[in-house]
Every structure is written in C-alpha cells, then in structure tokens.
Design a protein around this ligand. Structure first.
Ligand code: PGA
Length: 269
C-alpha cells in the first residue's frame, strides 16, 4: 500500500508564510523543466510513486495553496469540518466549501480540538459522516493521554474512540479512511522522548484488529490506512514508517521546516 505523509500546520502559519513554505516544498519536489500550455510537466516525480503527500494549512490559506500545488500531485487537506452541510452555524465550514477551496482530505477529532474545544467522539462521528457524504477523505485522530497510558488503559481508550467515531458509518467500496494514532503525550515535542516505533506499531495493530469488527479484511487492506503522529522528525520518520502496521505519518512541528520535511519525504521508500 502506498504510504502517506500529512503535514498539519495547525494555527502556526499565516497566509504568506504558508505560501512561502509550500513553494519551497514544491520547488524542491517538482522540477519545472517544461511548461506546456500553463500545465506543469512534473519530471522529478519519483516520490509520488512511493507516497501521497498532503498539506493541511489553516482554512484561510487553503485557496492560495490550492493554486500553488495545482498539477503537482501534492494534495490539500483541511484541519477540521462541521457536521452539517448548510445553515446558521456562525464560524463553521462545511464539506462543499472545503472542496471548493481545494481540499481532498480533512483532519477529524484531533486531540487539540478534543482538549481545547471539548470535541467528543460523537462529534467526530457526525463529522466523519459529512466528510464521506461530501467526498472528502477523513483523517480520524485517536490516542490516549499520559494518564491513560500510565494506568495501562491505552488499548481500551483507542478502541473506544475508534468504535464510537465509526458507529453506523457506512463506508462505500470506493471510499478511503485514514486513522491517525496520535498518543496525546507524544504530540508537540515538549513531552520529551517520543514513543518507540514498536509501541506505536502495537497500537496500530490493535486498531487494525478492532476494525475487523466493522469491515472485512479485504476492505481494511485496500481502503484504510493507519498512520502515526506525535513528534515525528526527520531523524525517526523512517523507523515509524518501516513498521508493518504503520502506513504513514501526521507531522506537525517538523512539517513547518521545509528542509526537515523534505528530508522526511525523501527518507521514505
Ligand atoms: P507534532 O504534531 O508532530 O508537532 O507532534 C503532530 C500532530 O499534532 O498532528
């Protein structure tokens, strides 16, 4: 299965900074040796065979980034979505708006939203439904806190989050789902040492096994990717992605530095 690398820029870059960083990444990955009728002919596209690359900037930057990455094979993702398609919901953004702005993917249930905005599994469930209906590929984030890990409750916490979020969700044969295992305590580099790749892989395996309650093995193998997120850096990205059950990474801090992020992309084979 093709691996996936997703950059989560959180609320860290303004529009101009997002444009600059996207251009740095694009100019390195896409050699614009020829321009035919305004279409970029990508010569240096070896990385595309190995992985899908997704950038998730803030809502306000989506449209600008869409223009920069047009015809490059780099995809755009949003950091959130609302669970209704239209109506009086001040401040919210629906699937069709995100698609119009260029998004193909959407992050749902990130632990920072669960913590600061009190988002619940039930909300994640409603957002997943709308994302699928709206033709976006959801990136569902689940993961335990440090306390939950200390109390050896990691497995039951992640299984509960997973099954609650996917309750009554009917995923059509042609749809994809990405599940990001993100231990809350490993996010943001502040927490000290990140998780060992083998431990992250064990959680990914538990997630995969739990999915068998809902989907066939064939569907899981073909349509669902389990990825890891939490302090992934250019030094350890490969060791996470080499694990048998981990098919990609959701990267915050290290994706804000073009050089580090490009090193990660090039380290994946
Ligand atoms: P981090 O963030 O790479 O800075 O730990 C990952 C995430 O929150 O998705």
């Amino acid at each position: 299965m093709k691996k996936i690398i997703i950059a989560n820029w959180k609320m860290k870059l303004g529009i101009k900074e997002s444009i600059d960083l996207t251009k740095k990444i694009k100019n390195d990955l896409i050699k614009q040796d020829a321009k035919i009728y305004d279409k970029i002919l990508a010569i240096n596209d070896k990385w595309k065979k190995r992985l899908d690359l997704v950038i998730c900037p803030s809502f306000v930057s989506l449209s600008e980034i869409k223009k920069i990455i047009a015809n490059t094979g780099i995809y755009l993702g949003s950091q959130d979505i609302f669970w209704e398609e239209k109506g009086a919901y001040t401040g919210e953004i629906c699937a069709s708006m995100l698609k119009e702005a260029g998004a193909k993917y959407v992050i749902i249930g990130h632990s920072e939203r669960r913590k600061h905005l009190k988002e619940t599994d039930e909300m994640a469930n409603k957002k997943l439904k709308l994302a699928f209906e709206g033709g976006l590929i959801p990136i569902l984030c689940i993961g335990e806190t440090f306390e939950e890990r200390k109390e050896e409750r990691t497995d039951c916490v992640i299984i509960k989050q997973l099954l609650n979020a996917l309750e009554n969700i009917d995923i059509k044969k042609d749809k994809e789902l990405i599940i990001a295992y993100e231990p809350v305590w490993a996010i943001g580099f502040k927490a000290g040492k990140a998780i060992e790749p083998a431990e992250a892989d064990l959680s990914a395996k538990i997630i995969k096994n739990s999915l068998l309650n809902l989907f066939s093995q064939k569907f899981i193998d073909n349509n669902i990717k389990i990825i890891y997120g939490g302090s992934v850096s250019e030094k350890d990205a490969k060791s996470f992605l080499d694990q048998p059950n981990i098919c990609g990474a959701l990267i915050g801090t290290a994706s804000l530095d073009a050089e580090k992020f490009l090193k990660i992309i090039k380290s994946i084979n």
